[in-house]
Every structure is written in structure tokens, then in C-alpha cells.
Design a protein around this ligand. Structure first.
Ligand SMILES: [Fe+2]
Ligand SMILES: [Fe+2]
Length: 153
């Protein structure tokens, strides 16, 4: 998915605050899928969400969308390591990421809920209830599939 120069500029403007933050950058220390780090995955999900929203004229708030997408896997641990603290990672990490995002960046309630629901339908009761929630949920699945298939270690 290609950005125009104008789109790239708009995206960078929204993402800058987060990408300059040490805690967000520390997601680069963890692998998400294949050879892709969690930070790289979050950036790809944010770019995909932004692009889908613009190209399909979905009308979601871009600032909230990029915020939720960049922080949707902000759980800050390596899920491949066995630990009692993050058992059942698939079911629990969305809430953990949302809590971290709220603690460090005071995200809005809508952004918090969008992050919490990004693992639907695995987390069956956490259905996305907003535009940003749905876009994030779809973009995450698309990116995860691409990373798993094309970036195997
Ligand atoms: Fe996730
Ligand atoms: Fe993700």
C-alpha cells in the first residue's frame, strides 16, 4: 500500500509523538510474527489503518485511529517466552496494551476500547464498537497474516 507524499507527511505528523517515545521504541526489542518486531508490526498496522480509512473513505478520526493502531500491541514483553505473567497471551494482551497506553499517554475512552477489541473474534465478547475499532481489527489481521506468511524466520 502506497502513500502519497502528502499522506506520508500527515501520517508522520500523527505518529511522531509515539515513535519518539522510549517505551514505544522498546517494542523493537520484541518479536511479533516471523522476523518482524512488535514495533514494526504496530507501524504497519497503523499505516494500513490510515491507508484503508483514506482510500475507502471510511471517515474515522485519523488521530485516534493512528494512536490506537500504534499502541494496540503495547503490552511490553516477549510473548514467546514462557512466563506466568503472560499466560494466554492471545486473550489477555489487548487489555494489557490498552492499560499501558492509558497509563503513559492518557488515550481516550474510544481509543482504549478499540485497543481492547482488536483481538475479536478470538476475544468473542470484545466486539469492536467504533469505526477505529473495526478498521484496527481488520488491519491487524491483514498485517499478521502477511508477516506470518512472508517474513518467516
Ligand atoms: Fe495483538
Ligand atoms: Fe497486532
Amino acid at each position: 500500500m502506497k502513500f502519497t507524499a502528502k499522506e506520508r507527511k500527515a501520517f508522520c505528523c500523527l505518529a511522531k509523538k509515539y515513535l519518539q517515545d522510549e517505551r514505544v521504541r522498546s517494542m523493537n526489542d520484541y518479536i511479533q510474527h516471523g522476523s518482524i518486531t512488535t514495533l514494526k508490526h504496530c507501524i504497519m498496522v497503523a499505516e494500513t489503518s490510515f491507508w484503508l480509512n483514506r482510500r475507502l473513505h471510511l471517515g474515522a478520526n485519523e488521530k485516534s485511529l493512528v494512536t490506537a493502531a500504534l499502541l494496540h500491541d503495547f503490552y511490553l514483553y516477549d510473548w514467546h517466552e514462557k512466563s506466568a505473567g503472560h499466560k494466554l497471551h492471545g486473550f489477555t494482551h489487548a487489555k494489557k496494551a490498552a492499560e499501558n497506553a492509558r497509563r503513559y499517554f492518557h488515550i481516550s475512552r474510544r481509543e482504549y476500547k478499540a485497543i481492547c477489541s482488536h483481538m475479536w473474534p478470538l476475544n468473542l465478547t470484545k466486539v469492536p464498537l467504533s469505526r477505529i475499532g473495526w478498521i484496527l481489527c481488520v488491519a491487524d489481521k491483514y498485517c499478521a497474516m502477511k508477516e506470518t506468511v512472508f517474513h518467516r524466520r
